[in-house]
Design a protein around this ligand. Structure first.
Ligand code: TRP
Length: 329
């Protein structure tokens, strides 16, 4: 069985874009692959976090994972900081990473843009920690959004560099990029990506948003004065609504067109609202249930970290041997 690894940072609320683009598809991997899903709290601290909030969001993300159908009996669901090998392998991998390559990372550049004081060394070296997450588990595939592709590429380079010096050690991972959800745009300016940090809350919908709020936001979504439903670059607002609809229903565009042909924008918005509610409503409700059962969440995280540590320790021991660290007795 091939291995899948992915993670999300508990650094903020998830939008429907994050969910439809990445998380929604994870549960379907569970029968065919050995899966590990991490809550990347160690990545989250590369930007200053409020400690209480970080803890709450870590639990919330675990609850969301379970609510979307990730099953702790099938997959390893855990919190990255519970598995100390991430930091340990991370340190080793730093010494196999070129400065020049880190200098080219888009995400680092965009995160420090207009905000140089945020540029701590952890943020800069973040892709190395991500490489450690992935390489600890002999990962074959990494399902991520488009924005993480470069980080998987650097992971491959680090692994190849290590393997070329010490012989076959790490599995070389491949990214699995889901384009559809990452295309979801702001409801207020459909030329930019939907983002939870948009100053206008009408621009985004959160995964856990209540139905009435979500409905209102969609009804206020920017459209155009053309008045016809087409999937066209000239109508980015309509295109975005159709993309959301499609990501919820997984119908092909022909079926979708047949449904909306000749209809007005009000109809489209109502249908998008209902499709979205059918998709995210159950996740919202189940997340609440899991959050009410903190003991269970902590139990899942504990079991997950035990299973993850066992695999991670084997990889780390192999690496320590190869690089010449003396084993203690
Ligand atoms: N960097 C990813 C993000 O911000 C989260 C992440 C951390 C991750 N470690 C990972 C994703 C390992 C895939 C594999 O979205």
């Amino acid at each position: 069985m091939k291995t899948i690894y992915s993670a999300i940072q508990p650094s903020g609320e998830l939008t429907i874009g994050n969910f439809l683009g990445t998380l929604k598809g994870w549960k379907d991997f569970q029968d065919e692959y050995k899966c590990l899903f991490g809550v990347a709290d160690m990545h989250a601290i590369t930007v200053r976090q409020n400690p209480q909030l970080l803890r709450e969001r870590t639990k919330k993300l675990l609850a969301i994972y379970l609510a979307t159908g990730l099953d702790p009996d099938k997959s390893i669901i855990y919190v990255n900081s519970h598995v100390k090998q991430h930091a340990e392998l991370g340190w080793v991998l730093h010494t196999y990473t070129n400065l020049g390559q880190l200098n080219r990372m888009h995400q680092f550049k965009s995160k420090i843009k207009d905000n140089e004081e945020r540029a701590n060394v952890g943020l800069y070296c973040y892709p190395v920690l991500m490489a450690s997450d992935i390489l600890l588990y002999d990962t074959d595939f990494v399902p991520v959004g488009d924005d993480q592709k470069q980080h998987v590429e650097i992971t491959r380079d680090i692994a190849e560099r290590f393997n070329s010096i010490y012989g076959d050690t790490f599995t070389i991972p491949e990214p699995l990029i889901n384009k559809s959800g990452s295309r979801i745009k702001s409801l207020q300016d459909p030329t930019v990506k939907m983002s939870k940090s948009d100053p206008n809350p009408n621009a985004f919908i959160l995964l856990l948003e209540e139905y009435n709020v979500m409905k209102k936001k969609i009804s206020r979504a920017v459209t155009d004065s053309i008045g016809e439903i087409n999937y066209s670059e000239d109508q980015p607002g309509i295109m975005n609504l159709l993309d959301i609809y499609k990501a919820c229903n997984n119908e092909d565009m022909d079926t979708i067109f047949a449904k909306f042909e000749g209809q007005n924008y009000g109809y489209l918005k109502r249908e998008v609202t209902e499709a979205l509610e059918t998709t995210i409503g159950p996740v919202r409700e189940k997340t609440k249930d899991y959050l009410n059962n903190e003991d269970y969440l902590l139990e899942v995280a504990k079991k997950g970290s035990e299973k993850a540590s066992e695999i991670a320790e084997k990889t780390l021991a192999k690496v320590y041997d190869k690089i010449g660290f003396l084993r203690s007795i």
